[in-house]
Each structure stands twice: as C-alpha cells, then as structure tokens.
Design a protein around this ligand. Structure first.
Ligand SMILES: Nc1ncnc2c1ncn2[C@@H]1O[C@H](COP(=O)(O)OP(=O)(O)OP(=O)(O)O)[C@@H](O)[C@H]1O
Length: 345
C-alpha cells in the first residue's frame, strides 16, 4: 500500500534562478525505508522539508495516507501532517529529562502520555534512562531519544536528516543496524537523507538518487549498484572502470585481451565496457583471461586495490582479497564476473 506519493514536485526558492527540486515524482510503500542520496545541493533536504511541510512546492502535489497535504493552493500545516522528524543534531531539549523530551513530542496526542513515552523509550532500548538528561547519554543514545520522540505519536512517516553523520565510523555500523531494527519493529515508514552511499546501501529498502534537483533513479540498493540507469548514478555509487572494446560474433576484443561473450553479436563494432573493481578477480592460468601490467598495490586491511595498465597506458583498478600476494611490475591475469555494455556511438 502506498503511504506517500509525490507528483511532479517543483520547488524554486525566491531569488534562485534554478529549481532546487525539479519534477520529482515517486511513491513510498507502507513500512518501507527509503534513502534519499545525492551530492551537496542536489535537493535532498529541500525534498524532506517539503514532505514535512516546512517548505511549500511551486507546483505538484504531495499525498500522505491518501490525503492531499500540499498542492499549489493548499497546504496542511506541518503539525497536522502526522510526520515525525529527527534532525541531524537531534534537537533535544537539554533542560528536559529524556522522558520529558519524548512527552514533548506527544503534545497533540490523546491518551496516557507518560505510558506512551515509557513504552517508546523501552522500544528504543532506553528503559533505564527515563530521568536522565541528554548530556548524560552517548551520541547513539541521544539519537535513540530523538527517534523515540519522533515515533511516539505514531506518525504516518518518519523523516530523518543525515541521521548517521554525527557518529564515528565504529559506532556508525552498530547504530545503522539498531535504527533499522527499531524502524522495522514499529512498522513506521521512514525516509532518511544521507550523502554516504554505504549508509543508504546497508540501511534502506530502496534508494532515490537526486542530481541537480532531478530524480535520477529510485530502486533497490542492489539494482542501483549493479544496474545503474546512467553514468551519473553508476559513478555516484563508487568507482567504475571503463574500457573500449570491439564487438565480434564471439566476444569483445579489448586492449586487456579477449572476452568470450555470445551477447557481443548484438552489438556493432565499438562498445564501452564498464565494471566495478570488485567484479574482477585474479586468475592463475593465463588461458582466456585478460591481463595487464601491475603498477600499484594499495593495501586497506580488509582488501587491496591493484592498478593495472594496458600497452597504451589505459589504467583500471581491481579489488582483491588482502591475503593474495602480487608483485609490482608483474603481468597480472584476471577475469570479469559481470560488466555493463554500451554502444560507443
Ligand atoms: N532557504 C534557501 N534559500 C535559497 N536557496 C536554498 C535554500 N535552501 C537550499 N537552497 C538551495 O537549494 C538547493 C538544494 O539545497 P538542499 O539543501 O536541498 O540540498 P542538499 O542535497 O540537502 O544539500 P546538502 O547535502 O549540502 O545538505 C541548493 O542549491 C541550495 O543552495
């Protein structure tokens, strides 16, 4: 079931001569976690603010749980939208205890506020901390208070702006998993903004990628990574090698060697082949394998990146296991597990 729908949303700030959000349309299903990604200035926060009712679109329509909450001449005020918001800095009140912070989010909620606040704090794993103050908690715990405050009123949708950006790398992996589990347990639909592709790939059910205010692709994490619909999306999700090839009926001739592939007969003459560093692996026997001259090895602990070059100096990168040993200046043989093909014309 669709809980949120954006139809052709445009937003131009006064004084600006370009659209911060340009003809964006998508639907979010009940219980889904959607990540909004894009480089700085791509319109992520603006989109979140439009859904929250903190900005109004110039044109288009937003529907939440079937109700039109924003269109050209109509806007349901932010506090009436049943939208929960977690800000980047958590925005907790320092002079209020944890439970008072959560109860603050329940101003418009009927029923036993104390009971609802306690139940929600228990749900986010803060049972023992009702009367503590924000400064007595760790960054990850403060974030869970902010999350509890946002979900306590049972919103239709939870919006989070850069929820993981204030956490150090070690804590981040743990918190990402915790937040995902809490959201899934409550069944709330969530949209979070991030500029970190790892956050998005590991936490979201689907990802929407924006570039200059335009939606490029909205898809499952795996599809965005493995089947990007354009070069911008492909490059946003990490390094991609590109090599030129000539298609024949048997396969592709490249400057790194021949790739046998019956799909090649569907292409004419010059093509571009794309592959990610992890989609190549070293082969022991030369055989049909591709090969290049190794000129740099970078060790990263959990993997190594090899830089190879062909006879003409074209460079590619390959990601390998940290335990594999290789020698600089050696000829290295490799094969590709998967690659994209595009006509070069
Ligand atoms: N209040 C504002 N007034 C005028 N222009 C704005 C305003 N807020 C954002 N913009 C502009 O709108 C565009 C989109 O900004 P937005 O903050 O939505 O991008 P973002 O993807 O969230 O960026 P970041 O990752 O840096 O937060 C940018 O060009 C920005 O300069």
């Amino acid at each position: 079931m669709t809980i949120l729908e954006l139809q052709s949303i445009d937003k131009k700030y006064s004084q600006a001569d370009y659209f911060a959000v340009n003809q964006v349309s998508f639907k979010v299903k009940q219980g889904e976690i959607l990540a909004l990604v894009g480089e700085s200035g791509s319109g992520k926060t603006t989109l979140l603010r439009l859904i929250a009712g903190l900005e109004h679109p110039n044109s288009g329509c937003i529907l939440l749980s079937g109700e039109k909450i924003a269109e050209r001449n109509k806007s349901v005020p932010s506090e009436k939208r049943k939208v929960g918001m977690v800000f980047q800095d958590y925005a907790l009140f320092p002079h209020l205890s944890i439970i008072e912070n959560v109860k603050f989010g329940l101003i418009h909620t009927k029923g036993d506020k104390d009971k609802i606040a306690k139940e929600t704090l228990d749900l986010v794993g803060l049972k023992e901390n009702y009367s503590k103050y924000p400064h007595q908690l760790s960054g990850g715990q403060q974030q869970r208070v902010a999350l509890a405050r946002a979900i306590a009123p049972r919103p239709f949708i939870l919006l989070m702006d850069e929820p993981f950006s204030n956490l150090d790398a070690l804590l981040k992996d743990q918190v990402r998993e915790e937040i995902r589990q809490i959201i899934k347990k409550t069944g709330v639909t969530a949209i979070f903004v991030t500029h970190d592709t790892r956050d998005a790939l590991s936490t979201a059910d689907r990802i929407a990628i924006l570039h200059k205010g335009r939606l490029q692709q909205i898809d499952l994490p795996r599809n965005l990574y493995e089947k990007p619909i354009n070069p911008y999306v492909a490059n946003f999700f990490g390094k991609r090698n590109e090599i030129l090839a000539t298609a024949t009926v048997e396969g592709f001739y490249t400057s790194f060697g021949f790739i046998e592939d019956e799909n090649a007969k569907n292409y004419q003459d010059k093509v571009r082949l794309f592959f990610r560093p992890e989609h190549a692996s070293l082969t022991v026997r030369a055989g049909q394998a591709l090969s290049g001259k190794l000129f740099k090895v970078s060790y990263y602990g959990d993997h190594q990146i090899l830089k190879l070059t062909d006879e003409e100096g074209k460079k590619i990168s390959i990601k390998i296991n940290p335990t594999q040993s290789v020698q600089n200046d050696a000829r290295v043989h490799f094969s590709l597990h998967s690659y994209g093909i595009e006509s070069a014309y």
